[in-house]
Design a protein around this ligand. Structure first.
Ligand code: NZQ
Ligand code: ZN
Length: 388
């Protein structure tokens, strides 16, 4: 049964090869001062930076820059960016990059005019913003997080060994996002497949929860089938527009809040993955792929009906004469085969996790209660050991 919910999403999306043409129209809605936020330089190498600067100049904006947003953006960088956004009296934050850049822009948006320490307020106390929030627009260059159409903003505190996501409300979602699949063609293959698994994990962590016959599950099965199909093409032929554009659109739908409506969700793979990220600074999608098989095999018996459905409807496992458990296990085997085929990392050792780090990673993992099994610290430790 669907529970009560409200659905609304304020982000205006522009999709396709000509999507960037809409930036000029969007810029007219905001004041003169634009803070252009980007990462470590890929946008300069691809020529996108020059195109954006040209459009900003044509629109007669005062352009300020905040460059060098790192993958897994840190709290130190956030403090610096918040000061910069306030000092230039930004009217719009224009984030050009992947999830890290867009997440960071959201964190800056709620921190520039915040009187308190934003790490303590948003990431330790999970409070909502009470200050003026700066509007954000995004141009997406790397697919996976869904940050272009949601309120998620994940920040890492390397000193405290914590990586935490605050899911802000609609007032922090990007006002607009520009999605041209061709802008993702230059993403290195390792990052591309990490992004593909991030999408898969977002869907699975919403799918593997609840008992009921839920419309969202049918939508998610369709999204996963399309993702598996397109990812196989993209892994062999990264410049295939059809596959890359499908993956981009699936990514947005995987985490723009729609499929979670009216149902419970799990999120334990992300909780473990984020803690691994806090200790290793590893690529987000790979922190998820490296623990997923161990996690899902560990909880399979607790959510058997859903694992069976997953095997039959997503992986086309043939049910004949098999027990439910055998069907469910065959589904996960098919997933493992696909993960190897597209080149995902399948163990945490490869990401730099050693035995000595395990206790810390367990401590940094928040245990959620929406999945099929509420994990204790010893469950999490066991899953990590099975992922080594
Ligand atoms: O920094 P540059 O030079 O731009 O290089 C980036 C970065 O090194 C590169 N890249 C991006 N677009 C490119 C490109 N290289 C060549 N050509 C392009 N077109 O890719 C690298 C990774 O970028 P990043 O933004 O870090 O990747 P991703 O989009 O996976 O974002 C990861 C961050 O998002 C958070 C993660 O925890 C992590 O911090 N997440 C945000 C979520 C949300 N907002 O809801 C949910 C997710 O589960 C996730 O937790
Ligand atoms: Zn993710």
């Amino acid at each position: 049964m669907l529970g009560n919910f409200t659905y609304s999403n304020p982000t205006r999306l522009y999709f396709g090869k000509d999507a960037l043409e809409n930036l000029k129209t969007e810029l007219k809605k905001y004041g003169k001062n634009v803070l252009l936020i980007y990462g470590g330089g890929s946008i300069k190498r691809t020529g996108l930076y020059d195109k954006i600067i040209y459009i900003l100049q044509e629109a007669e904006k005062n352009v300020f820059e905040d460059a060098g947003v790192m993958p897994n953006p840190t709290v130190e960088k956030l403090y610096e960016g918040a000061k910069r956004a306030k000092a230039c009296n930004a009217d719009l934050l224009l984030a050009v990059g992947g999830g890290s850049v867009i997440d960071y822009a959201k964190a800056v948006a709620v921190s520039a005019h915040c009187e308190e320490d934003p790490w303590d307020k948003y990431y330790l106390r999970f409070e909502e913003p009470t200050c003026r929030i700066l509007p954000i627009g995004s141009v997406l260059t790397m697919v996976g997080t869904g940050s272009e159409m949601n309120g998620g903003a994940v920040i890492t505190n390397p000193d405290q060994k914590l990586k935490i996501g605050h899911v802000f409300g609609e007032n922090v979602f990007p006002k607009f996002s520009i999605l041209n699949p061709e802008l993702t063609f230059t993403v290195p293959k390792y990052q591309m497949v990490a992004g593909i698994f991030d999408i898969m994990s977002h869907i699975m962590e919403q799918y593997f929860s609840g008992e009921d016959d839920n419309t969202s599950d049918y939508i998610m099965e369709g999204l996963m089938r399309s993702l598996i199909h397109s990812s196989r093409i993209a892994a062999k032929d990264p410049l295939n527009y059809e596959a890359r554009s499908n993956i981009m659109w699936i990514s947005t739908w995987a985490l723009n809040t729609l499929v979670a409506k009216g149902k419970t969700t799990d999120w334990m793979v992300h909780m473990i993955g984020q803690s691994i990220g806090a200790y290793t600074d590893a690529t987000h999608g790979m922190t998820l792929s490296s623990v997923s098989l161990a996690y899902y095999r560990y909880i399979l018996k607790d959510g058997l009906h859903q694992f069976k459905k997953f095997a039959l409807n997503v992986w086309n496992v043939s049910p004949d004469q098999k027990s439910d458990e055998a069907i469910a296990l065959e589904g996960l085997e098919a997933m493992e085969h696909w993960m190897k085929e597209i080149g995902l990392v399948l163990n945490i050792t490869e990401l730099g996790v050693t035995e000595e780090l395990l206790d810390g990673i367990v401590k940094g993992t928040l245990s959620m209660d929406g999945g099929y099994k509420k994990l204790t610290s010893s469950d999490i430790l066991e899953i990590l050991k099975r992922s080594m």
